[in-house]
Design a protein around this ligand. Structure first.
Ligand code: CP
Length: 303
């Protein structure tokens, strides 16, 4: 039995197979419409979500399976003090696979140790968000034909943004990736990540000014400031609008640069940018369904 707890749990060859499957599902949905008949996905979300939970549910329903679960800890027996370990033991008897989001880093790993069914980390605190990374990589590959040999700017809250941490890890394994980290000083990418990049001779630079690096970028990965991870509201208010991508800044970018964002967006991308053909973030959200369909089939060993 296999889980997905970190984006590194799959080799790059396995990821290629997963993305081939996701593209096949996108092009031939009818072929997969009954692939999960009789199977049940549990979505155990101890933190809010729109995309991750609903795209998992959409994925299972589109595969012919069924879904059950909870969308906030307060409506589950976690509110009575039940542990994640006990919850997953019980859920193992109710479902065939579980996607879990939790505010505590490592909670899905703890669950996986006690689980009789595959567990998917759907985001754990400020740590990792592996299925968002699968979505990001599939988007990059589907829209450009390959993953590698590009400069990516990651902009915003690089300290608490788990999607950023997961994506950097995953991209470290591809050839020719040049990272530019764009953040206020207080929201810099954690040291353990820059130390890993240094140890592996992977080029990166850290800057605070978005405009000056815009012309270099092949991808701009925008992120929101993660209000829920701040210790005080004052700091959040001071930093929340540090970066706002607008049409004036887009004029500085390459004609083929793509803008990605895991969403939800708050103010960091003006809605006027949505009309720019380089804005790829809503397409990206849709790729999240195909890649989660491919992941469910893979972990249930149905392909
Ligand atoms: N990208 C993402 O994880 O969005 P949700 O928080 O809405 O699931």
């Amino acid at each position: 039995m296999r889980h997905l707890l970190s984006p590194m749990d799959f080799t790059t060859e396995e990821l290629d197979k997963l993305f081939d499957l996701a593209n096949d599902i996108e092009n031939n949905p009818a072929k997969y419409a009954h692939a999960c008949d009789g199977r049940i996905l549990a979505t155990c979300f101890y933190e809010p979500s729109t995309r991750t939970r609903l795209s998992f549910e959409s994925a299972m329903l589109r595969l012919g399976g069924q879904v059950l679960g909870f969308s906030d800890a307060g409506s589950s027996s976690a509110s009575k003090g039940e542990s994640v370990s006990d919850t997953i033991k019980v859920i193992s008897g109710y479902a065939d696979i579980c996607a879990m989001r939790h505010p505590k880093e490592g909670a899905p790993m703890v669950a996986a140790e006690k689980s009789d069914i595959p567990v998917i980390n759907a985001g754990d605190g400020g740590h990792q968000h592996p299925t968002q990374t699968l979505t990001d990589l599939l988007t990059i590959r589907s829209l450009t034909g390959t993953i590698g040999n590009f400069t990516i700017g990651l902009c915003g809250d690089l300290k608490f943004g788990r999607t950023v941490h997961s994506l950097i890890h995953a991209l470290e394994r591809y050839e020719g990736i040049n990272f530019i980290f764009i953040s206020p000083q207080e929201l810099r990418v954690p040291d353990y990540i820059t130390e890993e990049l240094k140890a592996n001779n992977i080029p990166y630079e850290e800057v605070t000014n978005l405009e000056t690096v815009m012309p270099q970028l092949d991808f701009l990965y925008m992120t929101r400031v993660q209000r829920e991870r701040f210790f005080n509201e004052e700091d959040y208010i001071r930093l929340k609008d540090f970066y706002i991508l607008d049409t004036a800044k887009m004029e500085l970018a390459k004609p083929e640069m793509l803008v990605l964002h895991p969403l939800p967006r708050v103010n960091e991308i003006s809605v006027e940018v949505d009309k720019d053909p380089r804005a790829a973030y809503f397409k990206q959200a849709k790729y999240g369904v195909y890649v989660r369909m491919a992941l469910i089939l893979t972990l249930l060993e149905l392909v």
